[in-house]
Write a protein that binds this ligand. Structure first.
Ligand code: HEC
Length: 162
């Protein structure tokens, strides 16, 4: 005869319940559709560009005198810009014009060579800027930052929607 109140039975039930509870979020996750290739590319490029903006901000504030000049911070952030710049082009594959909210203009995919040239120009000037940052020469840093900002702007003016 089965003893319904046996401790082992209670334990089994508890384990079963714990498994159910643990499985519930996993099941909810599984129901979420996998992001499309385009969605993932859009997220990737917006992340890389967001990081560029994040890292250029403090350098710009230092050059403007809004925050104290800190050469180590300039070098650190200039290095990051140089590392991030080569990631941009990869974030704009042919099939990523739509699929998630994006400010990328369709012109990008009609002028791929020009768009890539603008990304390459950012790579060039950020690499140069990483070297300039190491000089600690504030005037050269201001000029270099202007060059980097110019490369951002030249692409945004043509290929980023307002
Ligand atoms: C080769 C072209 C190109 C260059 C160079 C470029 N950008 Fe952009 N940027 C874009 C495009 C296109 C978007 C819109 C992307 C989207 O919404 O899918 C964008 C979006 C952004 C965003 C918004 C990201 C977000 O949160 O969605 C920031 C911030 C940004 N760029 C900063 C910069 C900075 C800073 C530089 C220079 C250091 C730079 N970009 C250089 C093309 C460029």
């Amino acid at each position: 005869m089965k003893d319904r109140s046996s401790p082992s039975r209670g334990l089994v039930a508890a384990i079963g319940l714990a498994a159910l509870v643990a499985a519930a979020p996993a099941a909810a996750q599984a129901q979420k559709p996998t992001p499309s290739k385009a969605e993932r590319a859009i997220k990737y490029r917006q992340s890389a560009l967001y990081l560029l903006g994040w890292n250029i901000g403090p350098i710009s504030a230092m050059v403007k005198g809004e925050i104290p000049f800190d050469q180590d911070a300039v070098v650190l952030r200039a290095d990051r810009l140089a590392q991030l710049a080569p990631m941009i082009a990869e974030g704009f594959p042919a099939d990523s014009q739509a699929g998630a909210p994006t400010k990328a203009k369709p012109e990008i995919w009609q002028n791929v060579d020009d768009f890539r040239a603008k990304a390459a120009e950012l790579e060039r000037v950020t690499k140069k800027f990483a070297a300039t940052a190491r000089t600690g020469d504030r005037k050269q840093i201001a000029t270099g930052l202007g060059e980097v900002g110019g490369a951002c702007k030249s692409c945004h003016d043509k290929y980023r929607a307002e």
